[in-house]
Design a binder for this molecule. Sequence first.
Ligand SMILES: [Zn+2]
Length: 434
Amino acid sequence: MNSIYYFLPILILTSLLGSRNITNSNGVCVLDKIATVSNLEANSVIVSRESDLYTHVNKINQALNQTYSNYQIRKLDNDCRAKSYIENGQENRVLALNDEYYISRVDGENQKQAVLYFVLAHEMQHHINGDPYYPNSPSTMRFINELRADETAGYVIGKLTDTENLDINFFRDVLPRILSEENDSNSHPPIELRIIVCQIGWLKAKCENNDCSTTMVKRSFETGNSLSVFTLSDSLESEAGLIMYDNRNYYYGEKRQDVRHGNGIFVRFEGNKPSIYIGEWKDDKRHGKGKSYDIDDEIIYKGQWENDKKNGKGILLKINGEKYDGYWKDDKRHGKGKYHKPNKEIYEGEWLNDKKDGKGILRMYNGYQYNGKWKNDLKHGWGHEFLNSGFKYSGFWLEGFKNGHGILYLNGDIYKSGCWENGYYVSKDCENKN
Ligand SMILES: [Zn+2]
């Protein structure tokens, strides 16, 4: 169960470079790598300026207080969802959407309105980001821009809808369902993260309206299915709310004298390494249990923290298949741990300062095995080497090479006994060597 939970975001990350959902020449949306915006133009209908959708766009513009006046809405049909792109040079900022698809998936007028706000605001933020539909943009940029678009969509819902129950229901039930039905998970981040940043945007709006009580923050996070990893404590002393560090970096959760303290989520969009941390804090530092997503490097860590660093037990996963499950000290592998390389090489044993050090076993995919002592990432001390050709060496090692007294066996019988130097057998007599 746990391992699936860890790997799911990795699997989604892995497929980031896949195709996109777009209209083909018959007006049907299919997964088609070579489809272009011109297909979309040909197969969509321009919506009249008097339509309710334009009223929504105007309200979103007011809520965002940062806007373009040249939006043009096009209606998509069939299995198409939503896209933003630019038409006629810079003249038209197109919001293409299948509004009927979205509203058919929710009940009641309030929810129908919220889902349209979500979709329109998401696509409008792509224009504000400066990243309307560009199939060749790098996956990591696409990823972070999608999160920004979701954050804005949540913010707009927080600004434009005032029924708290609708909002919470929307994040708990409606949004996870709609996002999980989308075919284009190829180009979008894991749903878990999308809902988190959407809620963060929503809370930001509520706080701007002086409506972000501790209860509100607690409820919003506790009721989200996908956020069950994150619960706020019931301590009466704790306060909860928003801390904004600058335009793009936020903290939501428990705090003490305006520093992060307790359970909280920190989202960092600024800088060259966007990241999200969900978990425990102490005196403004990551401390306790927590999960971090380093989005550019595509790394997930789940485990213990102390003093803002990985300390204690934790699992680290990389998109390339690397995995470390073990103990940490100040962000370095330290103590016992099992390390999987993408090439299926596995080391299980002791670490010191991020290097193999102490006792450990190395197993390679071709059957090679070393079981013995290590120092500074190298075989060093007494150790046994097994080759799948039937040879086995038991003896001394120095900085990665057989060195000193040793015995070489073939299929269990002594083949050679004596002295090795820099990996080579040199003599039968080794008395003066060790
Ligand atoms: Zn998007």
